[in-house]
Structure formats: structure tokens, C-alpha cells
Design a protein around this ligand. Structure first.
Ligand code: C2O
Ligand code: CU
Length: 538
């Protein structure tokens, strides 16, 4: 065993109020795991709490070994209180920053942490060696219990209540007087360069981030190197990671780093959280740190342009392998829908919000899909997830009112992929109940983001502008509001792999589906058998 993760309830105080939260080893954010590229790690997950939990290794491909991937009722049954599950984490080519988080209910709000992957012995970073490396985890804090927040959200049929604070490394920052003394502080020495490993562990929002007076240089994202990208701000989706260099090259002083909600739903929430970059040495500091000017919360141009500027490093030492030809083309609509709900008291009386992909709202099965697939248990899922929207329409048009479009089917449907087939998925945002970003995440793979655009995807015209040379390799990508994003990958990892929106409320509303990737012919192209201690359902 390389690490032990004990799930337990621990008392925490934030915003001058106390509560008990679900933690790993009593820590919030959870412990950081350090590994080397290509490692296999054994983690004993022991549930000493009172609720069911599973742990997912976000961005770890787990080649041929979906058994440790973690999503509840997709690849495993929950780890029940008083039981344990020994997870084998199989790394391959991932490098840089990934993370782990709970993948059951809304427990990932407090159950998450960084997974740092160092280069192999003898390999060097494709950028100057930093003086220090520091994880920066963006999170959220609700004064009330997170399961209560979820239960209330599910009952009232509308959006969840917004958290009481956004956090940097577990702290609300010093704009809130309660938490001032605990604000996260990064000490830097003039002339030195630091590698910041940012993870967006926020539940329901894309975030902007900026450091006053400093540019940053992005060098990696989602466990892959990128071409250096210099910018004065970052836009980061829930689920995504961004590695960037900070050069301490300004007048010695103290400066705020700040993060703010990219309030894509159109409501202008002003939630800003701060931490401090403080130069060491003797100087007279300004009375309070300088605040950066963040992009406005509804600034979709800044978020799309940041996302669209990421590129794979694609160097001789770090080549990439973008599928140039595609065997299977899919168009998946991402929609927010409504359902009749006579007793719902939420924002739309008599209705509740739901979400769907290709008009199917995912319903959790009673046992996990992986176990059903592996053991040939029938009646758990169907293999008919549509390749294309069943009702083509003007996806991003206004006033789409037909009930066909608005009310999706419930289902537990997967799409089966042949081993080694090359796949293109175009995610198409829609404007049914409203248009919003969807940070789409695929388990078991990283994918190349070959194109994005606004409006309806045009199968004739849009592929002409794809980037098949150095597209970024991601596991999570923000599909623009009322727009589309095209991704490509080679289905060379057999197993059952979940794909979903990483906004927690959209997952709860059913914006998820799974792929089953079949075994190949050779023995190293087949799924490995399950471990003996897989958690049992029931
Ligand atoms: Cu980061 Cu399925 O999740
Ligand atoms: Cu979504």
C-alpha cells in the first residue's frame, strides 16, 4: 500500500461558523499525492464516515483497468460506511497536475485533493526549473451541510443555493474579515520563478483567476504539457487543471491573487476570493495588497479566448498523435430541459429543471454498468445511446418551444465503441430552457480539442478550420454557451467510461452517458479482471 485515505467527518470553521465536513484523513482540501510518470499506486480507501463514498482519479486513464476509476454506479458500487476498498491507480503518460475527488452525491465539495505527477528520473520539464511548486486549489464553502444543500436543490427543482464563499487552498481570503488571518500566502523571492498547479474543484462554476501586476505563463493543462502561453488572467473549468509559471519580477510588495465566478447563467454574482503573493526581503509595502482587475463575471469573450488559445506542446521530445481520420462521428446535444413536477416550489412553479444529452436524461442504474457488462448481467443498461440528436432543430435559436425538444426521455444508455476506432464527438450546446457553458469531462481518456465555435455546428464548413497540428490534449473542456466543441480520441482503452458535464447541478439533472470500449484481439488490448474486494451493491 502506498497511501491510506480515511474518509471521516471532521470539524471545520470558516466564515466564523463551525460545521462537520466529510474529509480524507481530516484534511480540507485533502492530502496531496506525489507520484512519478508511469507509476502504479495502491490507495486503501477506508470509509469511517456515515455516508456512502467513492473516489475518482480525475484525468488518470487507468489503462485496461476501469475497476478503480470510481464513479458511483458506473464502475463500482459505493464504499459503504465501515468498509474499505483498495484502489490501484495506474498512471501512463499523464504529466503535471491531476486530482482526485469523491464521485458520489455532492461529497466532492469537501473530498478532493491534488495528484502531482513528476517527470521520470532523467526527464526534465520543457520549461525553466521552478524554484518551488505550489498547488492552488479553487473550492467552495457552504455554511450549511452539503448533503442538505443537495437535498434542497433536488426538491425545489431549480438551481442550488450559491455557496457562501469561494476558496483558494481552503480559505475564503481576507476580503472576509472572519478569515483574514488564515488567508493563503505565497512567499516569493524577487527574480525567482514558481510553478503554480491550479485545480478548479468548484462545484458549479467556471472561474477567472488573476494576479495583480503579474503576467503568468501557462505550461500545462489536464496532465499534459502545453505551448507556453502568456496571459494576465486564467479561465478554468470545474475539473480542469492549469499549470503556470509565475515570475517574481515586479517591485517587491504584496499583491493579491484573486479568483471570481464566471457567472455564465447570466446572474452577476460578485463572489471574489483572494490570496496573497508576498515578496520576501526589506521593503516598504503598500498598506494593503493591490487587487487585480478580473474579467467581468459575464465576460464570455475572455473565457472563450483563453480556452481557445491553449495548444499542445507538440515538440520533438513531446510529440502528439492527433487522429487525422475518423471512424465514428457523433453529434451530442447538451441541453437544459424542464419536466412537469406538480409539487415543485422552485423558480418555475409546477416544473423542474433537468438536463440531457441527445435528449436522454441519464438515470443511475441499481448496480454499476461495469459489473453488469463484465458479467453479462442484463437489464441494467441499454446500448442505444443515439449517435445524433433524435430531433434535429435550430439548437442555438431562440424560442425553441416544441415539447419534443424540451422534454427528454429518461434512460441508462451507453454507446459501444470498437477497440482502436478513432472517434470524433461534437458537443453542441442548445438554447432550450437557456444557454450555458458545459465543461465536458471524459473518464479513461484525454482527447484533442480540434475545434470550437459559436452557433450551430456546420458539418460541411466547420471541420475545414480544425486544428489537427497542435490541438490541446484535455480531459475536460468548456463547451461555449450557445456554441460547439469538437474533440477526437482513439478508443484504445477498453472498459466502461463515464462522460459528463462537470457542473455538479447538471450531473444531478442527468447530463451524463457512458462509453463501453470493447476489448481488442491481442492480450494487451483486453480489460484486466476485477480485484477481489470490489464493493458490493445493496
Ligand atoms: Cu472529475 Cu467524473 O469527474
Ligand atoms: Cu453542464
Amino acid at each position: 500500500m502506498d497511501a491510506c485515505m480515511q474518509l471521516k467527518d471532521s470539524p471545520y470553521t470558516r466564515l466564523c461558523s463551525n460545521k462537520s465536513i466529510l474529509t480524507v484523513n481530516g484534511k480540507f482540501p485533502g492530502p496531496i499525492l506525489y507520484v512519478t510518470q508511469g507509476d502504479t499506486l495502491i490507495v486503501d480507501v477506508i470509509n469511517r464516515a456515515t455516508e456512502n463514498v467513492t473516489i475518482h482519479w480525475h484525468g488518470v486513464k487507468q489503462p485496461r483497468y476501469p475497476w478503480s476509476d470510481g464513479p458511483e454506479y458506473i464502475t463500482q458500487c459505493p464504499i459503504r460506511p465501515g468498509t474499505k476498498f483498495s484502489q490501484k491507480i495506474v498512471l501512463s503518460d499523464e504529466i503535471g497536475t491531476l486530482w482526485w475527488h469523491a464521485h458520489s452525491d455532492w461529497s466532492r465539495a469537501t473530498v478532493h485533493g491534488a495528484l502531482v505527477v513528476y517527470p521520470k528520473e532523467g526527464d526534465v520539464y520543457p520549461f525553466p526549473k521552478p524554484t518551488a511548486e505550489i498547488p492552488i486549489i479553487l473550492g467552495e464553502w457552504w455554511k450549511s451541510d452539503i448533503q442538505a444543500v443537495m437535498t434542497q436543490f433536488l426538491a425545489n427543482g431549480g438551481d442550488p443555493i450559491v455557496s457562501d464563499a469561494f476558496l483558494i487552498n481552503g480559505q475564503p481570503g481576507d476580503l472576509d474579515s472572519c478569515s483574514k488571518p488564515d488567508t493563503f500566502k505565497l512567499k516569493v523571492e524577487y527574480g525567482k520563478t514558481y510553478l503554480l498547479r491550479m485545480i478548479n474543484a468548484v462545484m458549479n462554476n467556471i472561474m477567472f483567476f488573476k494576479i495583480a501586476n503579474h503576467n503568468i505563463t501557462v505550461v500545462g493543462s489536464d496532465g499534459a504539457y502545453t505551448k507556453p502561453l502568456t496571459s494576465d488572467y486564467i479561465a478554468i473549468s470545474p475539473g480542469q487543471t492549469i499549470d503556470f509559471l509565475l515570475e517574481a519580477n515586479q517591485n517587491p510588495n504584496h499583491y493579491y491573487m484573486a479568483s471570481r465566478v464566471h457567472a455564465v447563467a447570466g446572474t452577476s454574482s460578485n463572489f471574489t476570493t483572494t490570496a496573497i503573493v508576498e515578496y520576501t526581503g526589506n521593503y516598504t509595502a503598500t498598506p494593503s495588497p493591490l487587487l487585480p482587475t478580473l474579467p467581468a463575471s459575464d465576460d464570455t469573450v475572455s473565457s472563450d479566448s483563453f480556452t481557445g488559445r491553449l495548444r499542445s506542446l507538440a515538440s520533438r521530445e513531446h510529440p502528439i498523435d492527433v487522429p487525422q481520420k475518423v471512424d465514428k462521428n457523433f453529434l451530442f446535444t447538451l441541453s437544459i430541459n424542464t419536466f412537469a413536477c406538480p409539487n415543485c416550489t422552485g423558480p418555475i412553479p409546477g416544473q423542474r429543471l433537468k438536463a440531457s444529452m441527445n435528449n436522454i436524461t441519464f438515470v443511475q442504474p441499481r448496480i454499476d454498468i461495469l459489473q453488469a457488462y463484465y458479467n453479462g448481467i442484463r437489464g441494467v443498461y441499454g446500448d442505444d445511446f443515439p449517435k445524433n440528436p433524435p430531433f434535429p432543430f435550430n439548437y442555438t435559436g431562440v424560442n425553441v418551444t416544441s415539447t419534443n425538444y424540451r422534454t427528454p426521455q429518461n434512460g441508462t444508455e451507453v454507446r459501444v465503441l470498437e477497440y482502436d476506432s478513432t472517434v470524433e464527438i461534437v458537443f453542441q450546446g442548445t438554447n432550450l430552457v437557456g444557454a450555458i457553458y458545459h465543461p465536458m469531462h471524459l473518464h479513461g481518456y484525454s482527447f484533442y480539442v480540434v475545434g470550437m465555435g459559436s452557433g450551430n455546428f456546420d458539418r460541411e464548413r466547420d471541420p475545414l478550420s480544425y486544428n489537427l497540428v497542435d490541438p490541446p490534449l484535455q480531459n475536460t473542456i468548456a463547451v461555449p454557451r450557445n456554441g460547439w466543441t469538437a474533440i477526437r480520441f482513439k478508443a484504445n482503452n477498453p472498459g466502461v467510461w463515464l462522460m459528463h458535464c462537470h457542473l455538479e447541478r447538471h450531473v444531478s439533472w442527468g447530463m451524463e452517458m457512458a462509453f463501453i470500449v470493447k476489448n481488442g484481439k491481442s492480450s494487451d488490448a483486453k480489460m484486466m479482471p476485477p480485484p477481489p474486494d470490489m464493493p458490493r451493491c445493496g
